[in-house]
Design a protein around this ligand. Structure first.
Ligand SMILES: Nc1ncnc2c1ncn2[C@@H]1O[C@H](COP(=O)(O)OP(=O)(O)OP(=O)(O)O)[C@@H](O)[C@H]1O
Ligand SMILES: [Mg+2]
Length: 435
């Protein structure tokens, strides 16, 4: 439950980590301040105010002389700021309900009750800047208007505004700062993603906090090691293949000179096959090494491969959108497609190619109406130099590299090739590529 509410991104999480304690702290401080401190202060102020009123109420029965009474009222107005009026025969109005944030009514009521001890009525809100206090005496109502600020601790509002303002400013600074901290991690993830899809990220530079920078530097080092490893492997295999060619050519020549026995014909076929393997591998290694990803149209490439196959006599049904653009290695993808279509042609007959957008990538399926491959042999089919049941298709002179190369290319683009059963009866080879 709580886990689902938690934001997914680092930014959101870090923000909560910083902002939540800040808000809780503010809430607690505000609560304590208002509940305890403000309440105490207001109580004390109320005590001062009610003191004067209590004094007057106590003296009132003795102030029979009108002049003396007027003088007292006058003195209280000058020294205490109280405006006192007597309403003979009046009654208290119905009580007013204090507003939600009223902090004065409570303490004031308590003090009046304690000191004056008579029925009373107060309104601290509607007659600003005065507080209206009325007290029921035996023969009427005493109305006292006291300056509202006599009950105010003064700088309370300011403090609350300052706290809210500072929270906003500090929160804003935290947000900006956090954004900057999180951005390098996102950039690192992007770079890793591009690299996984076989694209180079030349302008990627480590930035941000020390740990992020270290991770980025390690990532760059790792990328270079992997690149170096791939290059080395390809170069070495290419060199071996290349070196094998010379003795093979010599062998071929010698066999050529040895006449036309049946065994010699077999040996010639074997040597031709070896030469074929080497040629294919060399072609692949040459393509794989050094080709850069470029923006290209996969639909056009599929059409090109289909046209090539048709020229060689295949019956190909092609279904693609008009334009499928992405940054891929053109030569490598062409080899991949050609290999799949060649297989479909060789082991099947009719070929169906279908290209479509899938999620945030593309999906390309090559299908045929041949015998297909039993599911338990899917993995074997991808193994280099692995040919399934050669007796089944005599004369199909493959060397068993086609699918291995295709998978290599797909994975080099961050994609994958999967085999399955086609609705047309044969094999369905599906290429998935991220864009
Ligand atoms: N469409 C298909 N239908 C039936 N079997 C297939 C199909 N595609 C591949 N295979 C089987 O999988 C094996 C491996 O295929 P792969 O393309 O890797 O090698 P290959 O076709 O034998 O040789 P190469 O492609 O290097 O010339 C093939 O020998 C074949 O038995
Ligand atoms: Mg093949």
């Amino acid at each position: 439950m709580l886990r689902n509410l938690m934001p997914k991104g680092l930014f959101g999480r870090a923000l909560i980590l910083i902002v939540a304690p800040m808000i809780i702290l503010q809430a607690i401080i505000t609560f304590i301040f208002i509940e305890r401190h403000l309440d105490t202060v207001t109580r004390r102020l109320a005590r001062g105010l009610t003191g004067s009123i209590a004094y007057f109420v106590e003296m009132e029965p003795r102030l029979r002389d009108q002049n003396l009474q007027d003088e007292t009222v006058d003195a209280l107005a000058r020294h205490e700021g109280l405006l006192i009026r007597f309403d003979p025969g009046a009654n208290l109005p119905p009580p007013v309900r204090p507003g939600l944030f009223n902090l004065k009514d409570g303490p004031l009521s308590i003090e009046i009750q304690n000191r004056v001890g008579k029925p009373f009525w107060i309104d601290t809100e509607s007659r600003r800047p005065y507080i209206d206090i009325r007290i029921k005496l035996d023969d009427g109502v005493l109305q006292v208007l006291a300056p509202a600020n006599r009950l105010e601790a003064g700088f309370t509002d300011m403090l609350l505004y300052w706290m809210a303002g500072l929270t906003l400013v500090l929160g804003g600074v935290a947000v900006a700062f956090l954004r900057n901290q999180v951005r390098p991690i996102g950039r690192l993830a992007d770079a890793a993603e591009s690299f996984g899809m076989g694209r180079d990220v030349p302008d990627f530079k480590p930035s941000g906090a020390a740990e992020v920078r270290r991770a980025a530097a390690e990532f760059i080092a790792m990328r270079e090691r992997i690149n170096r490893f791939i290059e080395q492997r390809t170069a070495m295999l290419a060199a071996v293949s290349h070196d094998l060619r010379t003795p093979l050519t010599r062998l071929k020549l010698e066999l050529e000179l040895m006449g036309d026995h049946a065994e010699i014909r077999d040996m010639r076929a074997d040597v031709d096959e070896m030469a074929g393997i080497i040629d294919e591998y060399l072609a692949f290694a040459r393509g794989q090494a050094g080709e850069e990803a470029e923006v290209m149209d996969l639909a056009a490439l599929a059409a090109e491969v289909a046209a090539d196959a048709r020229r060689q006599g295949a019956e190909v049904t092609l279904q693609t959108p008009d334009l499928v653009e992405g940054a891929w290695r053109r030569q490598a993808l062409k080899r991949l497609l050609t290999n799949l279509v060649d297989n479909a042609r060789t082991y099947g007959g009719r070929v169906w190619i279908e290209l479509r957008a899938a999620g945030n990538g593309i999906e390309l399926t090559v299908e045929d109406d041949g015998p297909g491959i039993p599911p338990q042999h899917y993995d074997d089919a991808f193994r280099p130099f692995q040919r399934l049941d050669p007796a089944r298709t005599p004369g199909a002179g493959g060397v068993g590299l086609g699918l291995a190369i295709a998978r290599d290319v797909a994975r080099g683009h961050g994609g994958e090739i999967m085999l399955g059963k086609s609705a047309h009866g044969g094999l369905a080879a599906t290429l998935q590529l991220p864009r």
